[in-house]
Design a protein around this ligand. Structure first.
Ligand code: ATP
Length: 366
């Protein structure tokens, strides 16, 4: 079984608690991503799964088996490091064969397995090249081949694309997904790049300062962020401190402060935070693409008249900043191909659809 579970795991380095109270269940064959800013504990968690670090507290299991203190060579995990950690003066073949030689695999089998994996990563014509003579993308493929050749049950990838340029990164994303499906291998992918996480993963765990804030599918994390940290870290968002005035069966009536005034909005009542979270300060959140905008006057619930303060043209989309008093709204709208009627200084009517807004707890200090 290549499922992985972590139960109340903590890792301390002296006084630094790198990871705390971590509970994770990763399914067999899943593509699971650890996402978060630098220093949040992603690599430390990956290393506890690889066995390079043992947890200070808690239990790590593969299937039912307790792996908490099992050394790395007895774990059947393959790892790709951020800097690839290849032997630059050895050939591609020898780099990939290394793990098999350590495992004393027979010569004939070794040759077959290395050839087979090199074919899968499309490097067979380069088998006899020295690694130092390869491009960054090719070196990345060697690192993947080296991890896969030992036929691990679990593939661990630590920011594998961060040293590649944007075009190669796109190519390698597809390549990694193809290989993951072909080998049907439980994969954990570490990144600080939210677009990478959203586009590749079955599920994502979002970390900040040693704490896992949310685990969910890309659409859960994007559409239903657990708190203001997740909402901000994943894409662009409008967030305002909010108070709940009335709770009705279907709707919440909420207030956001607009200078001396109050802006009153109606929010669909599926988004009321859990009881424990209601003690915390709350924010109202809505994605810029969920706000609709028109340069024509219109009426309706949650309709606000503002003035366009900024217009940014991105080709397929147009990003606006609309001001109403002290409040500004980020609004992204599709470019319909015609001349845009959105000009700085002109009036705009924006609508905040009640079912697109969420009331979420504020966990960030600021
Ligand atoms: P990055 O994206 O920068 O690699 P990360 O999310 O992977 O960051 P970790 O490398 O897991 O973060 O580090 C988490 C915290 O633990 C940081 O505060 C880091 O300084 C600390 N830390 C990590 N490894 C050690 C170590 N060997 N000794 C002491 N502190 C460490």
């Amino acid at each position: 079984m290549a499922s992985i579970s972590m139960d109340e795991v903590q890792k301390a380095f002296g006084k630094v608690i790198a990871v705390d109270h971590l509970n994770l269940d990763i399914q067999d064959g899943e593509f699971f991503t650890f996402l978060g800013p630098s220093g949040c504990g992603k690599t430390t968690t990956l290393r506890m799964i690889a066995g390079f670090y043992y947890p200070t507290k808690g239990v790590v299991r593969f299937g039912e088996k307790d792996m908490t203190r099992v050394p790395p060579e007895k774990r059947n995990t393959g790892m790709v490091f951020q800097n690839y950690a290849l032997f630059p003066h050895m050939t591609v073949f020898e780099n990939v064969a290394f793990g098999l030689r350590v495992r004393k695999v027979s010569k004939a089998e070794l040759k077959e397995r290395v050839r087979d994996v090199l074919q899968k990563v499309r490097l067979d014509p380069y088998a006899e090249r020295q690694v130092s003579q390869l491009s960054g993308g090719q070196q990345q493929r060697v690192a993947l081949a080296r991890a896969l050749v030992i036929e691990p049950e679990i593939l661990l990838l630590d920011e594998p694309l961060s040293n590649l340029d944007a075009k190669l990164r796109d190519e390698m994303r597809s390549e990694i997904l193809r290989l993951q499906k072909e080998y049907n291998i439980t994969t954990i992918y570490v990144t600080h790049d939210q677009a990478e996480a959203l586009s590749m993963s079955d599920r994502i765990a979002v970390f900040n300062v040693g704490v896992c804030h949310q685990i969910g599918t890309p659409s859960d994390i994007y559409n239903e962020p657990a708190n203001d940290f997740v909402a901000r870290f994943i894409g662009d968002i409008n967030l305002w401190p909010v108070t709940i005035q009335h709770v009705q069966q279907d709707f919440l009536l909420v207030h956001i402060q607009n200078g001396e005034d109050i802006t009153e909005l109606t929010v669909k009542n599926t988004t009321l935070p859990d009881e424990g979270d209601q003690e915390k300060k709350l924010a109202l959140s809505i994605r810029p693409e969920s706000i609709t905008v028109s340069s024509q006057e219109r009426d309706g619930v949650n309709m606000i008249k503002g003035t366009i303060e900024e217009v940014h043209f991105f080709g397929s989309t147009i990003h606006l900043v609309v001001r109403d008093g002290e409040l500004t709204y980020k609004v992204n709208t599709l470019n319909n191909g015609g001349a845009t009627s959105f000009q700085v200084g002109s009036d705009a009517w924006i609508e905040l659809p009640s079912e697109q807004m969420r009331v979420i707890p504020i966990v960030s200090g600021d």
